[in-house]
Design a protein around this ligand. Structure first.
Ligand SMILES: [Zn+2]
Length: 605
């Protein structure tokens, strides 16, 4: 598990958050025997197949096989990453986590951050009260006209900054905050010449900006008249970095949806959420950044980009799409007819129609080809040539051969051009491009090292290997004596999974120093998917009849499958056309020795 946190701190946090107590805050648990059972929060079920073991401090679902320790539980249920989950649990147990700054604790910075968070939440309350006490008609009218309901105002903490000079400043002072922190929050400024203090946001509807955990970290303010700028955001502070956050991500992550809709502005997001589409987010007044892209990727499998169909919107969409595509997101494009934004569309056509648009959103490629189609008149032969010319550039970027072939087929059909001539157009272009040449060189280097990408080998064998390694770890953890009997034949370096290796080394250290092993602590070493399988093994087969024999057997199997995997790898490698005779000979020699070893091992299994 990710570890710039000291191990004993992680363990202290885990031990101080009893798994039954923590899970009881989310799931109704009933005691049966020595364990607790409830309905799994991770899958839909009528019977209780979700179990919590207080002794081992683990949870496990017999239905969906989610499992792990209390940290894994919080990561899964709150949709947090490891450091975030750890922070939440530390807060819960009132354990101080030093803020990490390149590995060095920096308490002063942590103090300031805490203070800024308090100032922002206080300001949010102040703005919100200005709005809901209905002292001012204009902001209420504005929101009513935009059909924003009271519930939504409350959910998003929308507020109003009065059109006065320094009411927020006075309010913050009255709450005891000092000038230095107030100025550092960026919510209050001083005039350079007169040194007079004034509020940054005046006469604006205020939208608190939340971080992923739901803390208010900044504000966006919208004017109510035609003055400029229409939207204004807090400046960057110790707690707010532009381009790192996404509006409403704190809500959207809880939707646990397979898709996230990326809209353009606050109002789009708010109105989508109000209509029940709670997986919508927006960047904050900037073009989408790399950081935001990664945040999106972390929380969903597919990003649906919703944008204005005018040309500026289209250009921005293309930039965002390329960015998302480059970092490996699966992207789609939702285009809203007749130049409307999602806010307008949902209000005029309703949420069902909007969902239809989402379902019919286009792939990145279709979107690009459609734009091309709009730009080029393809009714003439000249136009067709021009279109194909540009289209092959787009198709050339597709890594997936099957996908590329499908598009080539489609184009060939649409334009009455043979597939062969489209391919030869593509080949022409490939000759010169730098990237392609580099890629070929890289491929050749890969062969020299006699390795190939993992993805080319059947996934199943790798999974099976990891499972065996986890079984070995489980057997040793549950019955420490096993280790003493197998240590002569156990070659830890043969374990392909680094995580299991580290956990096993940790367990062995414990056994050799005669300290006990806690299953919950071992789980600290494993990332969520691994922890899931591990908890599963611990719970389901618990212990073998003869642990020693089982452990020896597992070690043999690990060897066996390791050899099988390498055998498959070599067979794949040998199919390549760019091998030298020397390469082939080396591979053949390795292969025959592997085949021999496999045969020997098979007999003893
Ligand atoms: Zn489940």
């Amino acid at each position: 598990m990710a570890n710039f946190f000291p191990e004993d701190l992680i363990e202290e946090i885990r031990v101080n958050n009893d798994i039954v107590d923590v899970i009881s805050e989310y799931v109704k648990l009933d005691k049966k025997g020595k364990n607790y059972f409830g309905r799994c929060p991770f899958h839909n079920e009528k019977t209780a197949s979700f179990s919590v073991e207080p002794v081992k401090q683990i949870f496990h679902c017999f239905g969906c096989s989610k499992g792990g320790n209390v940290i894994h539980f919080i990561m899964a249920i709150e949709n947090l990453d490891f450091p975030e989950a750890l922070k939440l649990l530390a807060d819960r147990a009132k354990i101080q986590i030093p803020e990490m700054n390149d590995g060095i604790a920096d308490n002063e910075k942590a103090e300031l951050k805490k203070e800024l968070l308090q100032i922002n939440i206080e300001a949010a309350r102040f703005f919100h009260n200005n709005l809901i006490n209905e002292k001012y008609r204009v902001p209420i009218e504005y929101l009513t006209n935009r059909k924003i309901e009271k519930q939504t105002i409350i959910k998003f903490g929308i507020g109003y900054a009065e059109d006065k000079y320094d009411t927020l400043y006075k309010h913050l002072k009255s709450k005891g905050f000092n000038d230095l922190s107030i100025f550092k929050s960026g919510l209050v400024l001083t005039k350079e010449d007169t040194k007079k203090v004034f509020d940054r946001f005046r006469g604006r509807i205020m939208f608190p900006i939340f971080d992923i955990r739901g803390n208010v970290i900044a504000f966006g303010g919208r004017v109510l008249d035609s003055s400029q700028p229409k939207y204004m955001n807090s400046p960057e502070t110790a707690i707010y970095q532009k381009g790192k956050h996404l509006y409403a991500m704190n809500f959207a992550k809880n939707a646990c949806a397979k898709q996230i809709i990326l809209a353009e502005g606050y109002m789009d997001v708010i109105s989508l959420h109000q209509s029940g589409i709670i997986n919508a987010v927006a960047p904050l007044g900037t073009a989408l950044t790399d950081n935001q892209g990664k945040l999106l990727k972390k929380y969903s499998e597919e990003i649906v980009l919703s944008f204005d169909s005018d040309s500026a919107g289209q250009a921005a969409a293309l930039r965002s799409l390329d960015l998302l595509n480059d970092i490996g997101c699966n992207v789609k494009v939702l285009s809203i007819p007749s130049g409307k934004d999602p806010d307008d569309f949902v209000k005029t056509h309703g949420v069902d129609e909007f969902r239809k648009l989402v379902n019919n959103s286009k792939s990145l490629l279709d979107f690009k080809l459609d734009i091309l189609d709009d730009k080029i008149d393809t009714s003439t032969n000249d136009g067709k040539v021009k279109f194909i010319d540009k289209a092959v550039l787009i198709l050339d970027k597709i890594d997936n051969n099957v996908e590329r072939e499908l598009y080539v087929k489609k184009l060939s059909k649409e334009f009455g051009v043979s597939e062969q001539s489209i391919y030869s157009e593509m080949a022409k272009r490939q000759g010169g491009t730098d990237a392609k040449v580099k890629k070929q060189v890289k491929d050749i280097n890969a062969v020299k090292k006699n390795t190939i990408k993992k993805s080319n080998i059947s996934e199943g064998s790798e999974e099976r290997l990891v499972k065996l390694q986890l079984m070995l770890l489980a057997t040793i953890c549950l019955d420490n004596n096993v280790y003493l009997h197998i240590r002569d034949v156990l070659d830890i370096d043969k374990l392909s999974s680094i995580e299991v290796k580290q956990a096993l080394i940790f367990a062995i250290e414990r056994i050799e120093s005669k300290a006990g092993i806690l299953i919950g602590e071992i789980l600290n070493k494993l990332s969520s998917p691994m922890a899931e399988s591990f908890a599963n093994i611990i719970q389901s087969q618990s212990i073998f009849e003869n642990n020693r024999k089982a452990a020896l057997d597992i070690i043999k199997r690990i060897d066996f499958y390791g050899l099988e995997t390498r055998k498959d790898e070599i067979i794949e490698l040998k199919k390549r056309s760019d091998l030298t005779e020397g390469d082939v000979e080396l591979l053949n020699r390795e292969l025959s020795s592997i085949v021999l070893n496999i045969a020997t091992l098979k007999k003893s299994l």
